[in-house]
Design a protein around this ligand. Structure first.
Ligand SMILES: Nc1ncnc2c1ncn2[C@@H]1O[C@H](COP(=O)(O)OP(=O)(O)O)[C@@H](O)[C@H]1O
Ligand SMILES: [Mg+2]
Length: 377
């Protein structure tokens, strides 16, 4: 089966790598003019003239990038099956829609306000109490289009710097850790969940994801599963969905945002789970049985950002798996990731520190449970 993918970056590349063993082929539609997938057939369509040719080649369509015009996805849906649907894209590309859906389904979130003017931003910051985070309602990713206000008086400057007609303003959550849950829903409505990951971000960019967490209560995993299941069922979703959450000091989970696709915080599954998120997405959209989501071993994903470091030195770490995206080095650019597996979390932490040391721009990894391990093991 030839699968059409909207977007042609590293997520598409990894989808294709997972699909070849299933005898899938891939045609990518790139609207940016800068595809990096480097695999399959890539059609560059910056002038929107190649859509018909693309659709003629593919049996069904999925995407690796949700910041697409909804009208485009709706038009494709008239011709070919699209998984997940245009409705999922419409909601997930807009933080206001997303939060409204969380509210409607009873999924807790940080307190928030929607604003359309610098004065309204200032009032919202006062009402919610600083610090607050202001985010453009659409188009943001990797922390872009955001500003933290330490004082309501910073509103005018934040408004100018984000430069967007509509913002969401959120109370700044004093979280214990950031976590995510990834789930997969098949065409018959069957759902499987991965163990949640702890995610470390620096300047809004994901640097490390670790799963399973050694100290996660079953109850918290089940709560997250309940939230994401409600979302999947509500959207009649097919494929991989990711929900990012904050875990607070009192053990509660607050939903941050969701992504209607395979996700950076799920790259650990490529080596650390029985079935990767990429394979499971492809299984779901083709109506195949979903694969086992259990973790094989404690696993940590380390993002390679900006500079590659020395691949040979990284590969010398036992049970280290390097995934390079074949992109050129540029500050802040995601170039690859390393999956590290270990028999215990103590050993895993040692490997993560060793790996970080080999990456020129890697920040100090600090997981929420580390002190426990320093003392205990
Ligand atoms: N309300 C908040 N409280 C505390 N930190 C936040 C909040 N919102 C976002 N952040 C931080 O900024 C990061 C990026 O924000 P997010 O909303 O996930 O946008 P993006 O689409 O860029 O990933 C989060 O992973 C988190 O570290
Ligand atoms: Mg995010």
């Amino acid at each position: 089966m030839n699968i059409g993918v909207l977007g042609a970056g590293q997520l598409g590349r990894m989808l294709a790598l997972a699909g070849y063993p299933l005898a899938n082929r891939f045609t990518f539609l790139d609207t940016t003019g800068h595809p990096s997938a480097g695999i399959g057939e890539v059609m560059i369509d910056t002038d929107r003239k190649h859509l018909d040719a693309f659709l003629a080649k593919v049996a069904l369509v999925t995407y690796e990038f949700e910041h697409l015009p909804v009208s485009l996805v709706q038009a494709i849906e008239e011709v070919k099956p699209v998984f997940p649907s245009s409705e999922a894209i419409r909601i997930c590309q807009n933080r206001a829609e997303e939060k409204a859906l969380f509210d409607r389904l009873g999924i807790p979130t940080p307190a928030y306000r929607l604003v359309e003017h610098a004065d309204e931003l200032e009032a919202a910051a006062r009402e919610l109490g600083c610090p607050v985070v202001a985010k453009s309602v659409t188009e943001g990713y990797d922390g872009k289009g955001q500003a933290v206000l330490r004082d309501p008086a910073e509103a005018a400057e934040a408004w100018r710097s984000i430069n967007h007609p509509r913002l969401i303003v959120e109370a700044f959550v004093d979280f214990v850790r950031e976590v995510s849950i990834i789930a997969v829903r098949g065409r018959e409505g069957e759902v499987v969940f991965y163990p949640m990951a702890e995610n470390l971000h620096v300047d809004g960019i994901l640097r490390y994801s670790l799963a399973p967490m050694p100290d996660l209560d079953d109850e918290v995993q089940q709560t997250a599963e309940g939230y994401i299941r409600t979302l999947l069922d509500e959207l009649d979703y097919v494929g991989v969905l990711t929900l990012e959450l904050f875990q607070t000091r009192d053990g509660r989970l607050l939903a941050n945002e969701m992504a209607p696709r395979v996700h950076n915080s799920g790259h650990w599954t490529m080596d650390g789970a029985v079935t990767s998120q990429f394979e499971n997405h492809l299984r779901a959209i083709q109506g195949l049985p979903l694969g086992d989501t259990s973790a094989r071993q404690p696993t940590c994903m380390v993002n390679v950002i900006g500079q590659e470091g020395d691949p040979a030195a990284i590969l010398a770490i036992h049970d280290a798996h390097l995934h390079r995206y074949d992109k050129s080095e540029r500050p802040g650019r995601k170039l690859g990731h390393v999956n590290l597996l270990a028999k215990s979390h103590g050993e895993l932490l040692e490997k993560v520190h060793a790996c970080a040391w080999l990456l020129p721009e890697a920040p100090e990894p600090r997981f929420s449970f580390e002190d426990e391990f320093r003392q205990g093991n």
